[in-house]
Design a protein around this ligand. Structure first.
Ligand SMILES: [Fe+2]
Length: 274
């Protein structure tokens, strides 16, 4: 089931990608928002466009039984007890170029190792910013039988296939016994006071092309047409919104703002054909 077990040991994807990151002299501030991803020493990072290749692609993993569509748009999914955890990083392409507007849909167990299969506790999706960055505020997921500690995620660049994978924590005893565990999916985790800060960068199979437009775009979005309409880019679509595209009807699975390349046939995570 896990062909990553046969991977040749050596320099990990994360090592290679980290080598491609430059630490600027001054803290990175973009549009008034503090830089999110950081080195183990806490310094912010900038992605260079040169040192990623297809050996560095983030490996896929099984979805498991607990994914469900329709997670809320949010970067914070702290709910209840648990050790606070912040995960930050980049989504980049094969040229290490930042992927703007990439969809990340996270789901995980709560502090007790249980998934919410009715509501949306510890489920949330978000989009990378113009620098390809994301941040997730959550808790350290609890353990449940048969698995080591992990966070599930689906990552999708505009117009590209969905990458389904899992993120792991270092120094977990069960990493040695969980057949799904892949060291290439280890986060870099630091203890900061009573909380933990983790980083992870996703490398997607996206050729090096100019970044996509920001989801906030320059066009003025208008509300989703009630009762449907033709799909258009730069539109905020709510969960359950219906559109037509290419003569087919689709229903929105995850609330989002559309982008060129995110046409419904290209984004099965976002749109389900009716
Ligand atoms: Fe799981």
């Amino acid at each position: 089931m896990n062909d990553d077990e046969a991977r040749t040991p050596g320099i990990s994807r994360k090592t290679l990608l980290r080598a491609a990151l430059i630490v600027p002299a001054a803290p990175l501030l973009l549009a008034g928002v503090p830089a999110l991803a950081s080195t183990p020493s806490g310094q912010p990072l900038t992605v260079t466009p040169e040192s990623c290749d297809d050996d560095d692609l983030t490996p896929p993993q099984m979805e498991g039984p607990y994914f469900k569509p329709g997670s809320p748009l949010r970067t914070t999914m702290v709910d209840g007890a648990g050790t606070r955890l912040t995960v930050t990083g980049y989504v980049v392409g094969l040229a290490c170029q930042p992927v703007t507007g990439a969809l990340l849909d996270f789901w995980q167990a709560d502090n007790a190792g249980a998934y919410d299969n009715v509501g949306n506790r510890f489920r949330g999706h978000q989009f990378t910013d113009a620098q390809g960055r994301f941040t997730l505020s959550t808790i350290v997921p609890g353990l449940y039988p048969g698995r080591t500690r992990h966070i599930h995620v689906k990552v999708q660049a505009p117009g590209r296939p969905v990458l389904t994978t899992q993120l792991y924590f270092p120094n977990e005893p069960r990493n040695n016994t969980d057949s799904l565990f892949d060291p290439d999916l280890l986060m870099n985790v630091q203890q900061v006071g009573s909380a933990r800060q983790a980083t992870f960068d996703f490398v997607l199979n996206v050729p090096g092309t100019p970044p996509s437009p920001s989801p906030t775009g320059t066009a003025s979005p208008s509300p989703t047409p009630p009762g449907g309409g033709t799909w258009q880019p730069y539109q905020p679509y709510a969960l359950g919104a219906q559109v037509t595209y290419g003569g087919m009807a689709y229903v929105c699975q995850i609330a989002h703002t559309s982008l060129p390349g995110w046409e419904p046939p290209n984004t099965p995570a976002l749109w389900r054909r009716l």
